[in-house]
Write a protein that binds this ligand. Sequence first.
Ligand code: SF4
Ligand code: SF4
Length: 273
Amino acid sequence: MVIDITKCNGCYNCFLACRDEYCGNDYPPYSASQPNTGQFWMRIMEKERGKYPKVKVAYTAMPCMHCEEASCVKSAKEDAIYKRTDGIVIIDPKKSVGQKGFVSACPYRVIYWNEEKQIPQKCTFCAHLLDKGWKEPRCVEACPTGALTFGDLDDANSEVAKRMASGKVEVLHPEYGLKEKVSYIGLPKRFIAGAVVFGDTDECGEGAKVTLEGKGEKRVVKADNYGDFEFEGLSADKTYVVKVEKAGYKTHKIEVKTKVDIYLGDIVLAKTT
Ligand code: SF4
Ligand code: SF4
């Protein structure tokens, strides 16, 4: 599965479709029914970025990552959690009875405990539907913006394989080393934004050249007709220099560190004499 954060508007259709499929419905031997509350097989993490007047929200949908090197599978005995030949990781609803420890076997925390049934549960990639011939899980089918893509990575012509080959994908936590089978495009990082103003006329600084330079990185943009500019997808905790230039005005330089997303506010350019 490839999840494009830039296309997600936080409608929660994926989450609701998952609930609709699994609440009150058993699919032996794939899964037992999901309780009405307390489980989020497709969890949406909402992250607010920046500060007024430059605020953004990113929604990161998070199912089980169906890891190739799944720590949950390694922690389970007698195939209580197993990986199918197609890569889907399944918790056996019968063999896992009483195995509460599985909940903490996943660093992504996507395994939930069903108190009533005394079983651990999680996303199955809708394996019961795929085995019936469905091409994609319920959550992917329900997404109205095309943020979720699902398919066969071994098929080079599939949409998911094309997105994987785009060079833009990354996993949520590469440091876990689990070889996740869910990848993301556009994971929220840091941005630096601001607005250029011509000091002599108090007009928007349209067309001003804004250069961002950090260690091993250089980007150039032009301020738009409101004088606004933005650099997205920057590294966290990195020092950058923002340089604003326009013929007839003094060059303005600001050094910033991306501890958080940064809005520089109005950058007023003074006329050269
Ligand atoms: S995300 Fe967690 S539960 Fe899912 S396969 Fe990986 S380790 Fe297992
Ligand atoms: S793939 Fe199926 S089980 Fe997993 S989050 Fe989507 S709808 Fe739920």
